[in-house]
Design a binder for this molecule. Structure first.
Ligand SMILES: [Zn+2]
Length: 316
């Protein structure tokens, strides 16, 4: 009998089973290996992707931080611009001090047909007179410009500091009138010493920042004794021009710092007489110690300007 092509002998069947088993094992191993491989690749991929996302996130955060910083910087800059000697609400009462400076320098007291008065008070704050001045301004709902001196603020301590805050909060302008008010230091031999002058004004600037906040600044100054009183003032004028600042003298005064002491009535008359015929009036007065009569006269002075159609503005 010829041998069948298909060998059904048990030996062969075993052999075949073994082969199949082996194939299954190999196939399974390959499958498992590939599965593991895929997992490893996928894990690696995920890791790389995660790192990439992390980096993007970090970059986004850094960018957001940068934008936030830029926004804050701009905000501060805007705040600084808003706080030119007055608080934000009081902006409506301000008048460009550089223009006033130019007009005064040219003896041009016109204002396009509109009457405007700047009530200005020098040498404060004082704990005795400034509160009365502030009360009268408030009662009349008008604003003024206070040319303060740092030494007098320090002399008045906490009380004077609070008066500067109050003046500012109530919409008045705060301007710089030096720290020492010492003619011999500012103008030795009647000649300007610019270094001394700037250092002295800087002291009051810094004091005002301490009182009114770091964003407070004023570009308005008044030269102690008046610009016209001293020699070689050109370097100061150039400095002011370069820094977009203004020094404001006056074109009217109540004479509360001249000669013998005057009564409130006399002060009122002086204010009226020196203001007559002027569309733009910068009225010099003082709110320092001993100027009680000025405080008494203020109500009448305000009444005169109101009755004569003047608007009350501040220098900024
Ligand atoms: Zn003065």
């Amino acid at each position: 009998m010829p041998k069948s092509k298909i060998d059904f002998s048990s030996k062969n069947i075993k052999k075949k089973k073994f082969k199949i088993k082996r194939k299954v094992i190999i196939a399974s191993s390959v499958l498992i290996a590939s599965f593991l491989c895929v997992n490893v690749v996928s894990a690696t991929f995920n890791y790389v992707e995660e790192k990439k996302q992390e980096k993007i996130q970090q970059q986004n955060e850094a960018r957001a931080k940068m934008l936030e910083e830029e926004r804050k910087r701009k905000e501060e800059e805007e705040a600084r611009k808003r706080m030119v000697g007055v608080n934000h609400e009081a902006k409506a009462y301000t008048y460009d001090a550089v223009k006033v400076q130019e007009k005064l320098a040219n003896y041009d007291y016109s204002n396009n047909g509109e009457k405007v008065v700047f009530l200005t008070f020098d040498d404060g704050a004082s704990t005795t007179v400034t509160p009365k001045i502030l009360d009268t301004l408030k009662e009349n709902d008008v604003k003024a410009t206070f040319f303060v001196t740092g030494s007098n603020i320090e002399r008045g301590g906490e009380e004077a500091i609070n008066l500067v805050k109050r003046a500012f909060d109530e919409g008045n302008a705060i301007a710089n009138h030096s720290y020492s008010h010492d003619y011999k230091y500012l103008y030795p031999g009647r000649v300007l010493n610019l270094d001394n002058f700037l250092e002295d004004f800087k002291k009051t600037d810094e004091l005002l920042k301490e009182i009114l906040g770091p964003y407070f600044s004023t570009r308005v100054i008044r030269v102690p004794g008046g610009m016209m009183s001293w020699k070689e003032m050109e370097p100061l004028k150039e400095y002011l021009k370069e820094n977009n600042m203004a020094s404001i003298d006056w074109n009217a005064l109540n004479r509360d710092a001249e000669g013998k002491k005057k009564t409130a009535d006399e002060l009122v008359q002086n204010a009226i007489e020196t203001s007559k015929g002027k569309e733009m009036v910068v009225l010099l007065m003082h709110d320092t110690y001993g100027k009680e009569e000025t405080a008494k006269a203020l109500n009448q002075i305000i009444k005169y300007f109101k009755d004569n159609g003047y608007q009350f503005k501040t220098l900024s």
